[in-house]
Design a protein around this ligand. Structure first.
Ligand code: ZN
Length: 303
């Protein structure tokens, strides 16, 4: 029993429109769900992913209008690493990002840049057996597109403190000090770096939590394993698109374990994901209250 790598990563944006323009318009991800934060239904929760809305490619944002800029520090994920197929892809992205006014830095087989709010990304040429998770974008050839998550890098002051829990969750140590969660479906890495001296601040452009992927059948067993590893997980929470448990790992990063399904087609057809404000049944009664307060976002994909 192994986790299938990264399910999703959730961060904070101050401006949903600028966020959609960057992730859907520039990076070419698909906006697969436009809904509300179930823990605070007055704000947006936007989900970007591949064409199928698959776990493993799913970057999500809570919109907090007016949020102060965040800053990654100890106990926070500070960089998201995406797979790409080739160095040609890195060339393409350095050109495309530059044309859109986004600075990037090439380091060997990777390209680093930040989103408009300072969230750090890296595109890495990696060869793995996992299916590439690609979204369609008219300006981005499929062979050069982002292929889903490869890794998350977190700041940890004493990352050895997390070893017991990561082992209980069946992560394995791999080369370069990384931890790998690799299941039958796919795999992903979790890597610690030394934190900067300044304390982290949760705010715009910072990561809120990282979710690891479980089959629906094994979800409660992972909860038991987290407890055995010393964590204090929440009860299983039904997020409608998947089920979740949450706990903080010893280095301070908020972990979630989320099920691979039922997924984003549970309330919208695949061809029309993310076009309307989706409210899970338990939130539908709030529509007349929340919809007028959400600043409308225009998806560049809809022309
Ligand atoms: Zn989550």
């Amino acid at each position: 029993m192994k986790l299938d790598g990264i399910h999703h990563i959730t961060a904070i944006t101050e401006d949903a429109q600028r966020n959609v323009d960057f992730y859907a318009g520039v990076l070419g991800l698909r906006l697969v769900k436009k809904t509300v934060n179930q823990d605070n239904p007055t704000v947006y929760h936007l989900f970007f992913a591949d064409e199928g809305g698959d776990p493993g490619s799913d970057l999500t944002f809570f919109e907090y209008p007016g949020a102060a800029p965040g800053r990654a520090g100890a106990g926070m994920v500070h960089r998201i690493v995406w797979r790409v197929a080739s160095t040609d892809s890195l060339d393409f992205w350095s050109g495309r990002l530059g044309a859109k006014g986004v600075e990037s830095r090439r380091e060997g087989e990777s390209l680093r840049f930040s989103d408009p709010e300072g969230l750090d990304h890296e595109l890495a040429v990696v060869s793995v057996e996992d299916a590439p998770l690609i979204a369609e974008h008219p300006e981005i050839p499929a062979e050069l597109a982002l292929q889903g998550f490869h890794a998350a890098r977190a700041y940890g002051t004493a990352p050895e403190a997390s070893s017991g829990l990561l082992e209980a969750l069946e992560f394995e140590r791999v080369d370069g000090g990384a931890w790998e969660a690799r299941g039958e479906r796919r795999g992903g890495l979790y890597i610690y770096d030394s934190p900067p001296a300044e304390r982290g601040l949760q705010g715009a452009g910072s990561v809120h939590h990282i979710a690891w992927a479980s089959s629906p059948e094994e979800h409660m067993q992972w909860r038991e394993k987290a407890i055995e590893g010393g964590a204090q997980p929440t009860p299983e929470i039904d997020r409608f698109y998947f089920k979740s448990i949450y706990f903080r790992e010893p280095s301070g990063v908020l972990f979630e374990i989320a099920t691979n399904g039922p997924g984003f087609t549970v309330d919208e057809p695949l061809g029309h994901l993310g076009e309307k404000l989706s409210l899970p049944p338990d939130f539908e009664h709030l529509r007349s209250e929340v919809e007028p307060n959400l600043r409308p976002v225009h998806n560049p994909r809809s022309g």
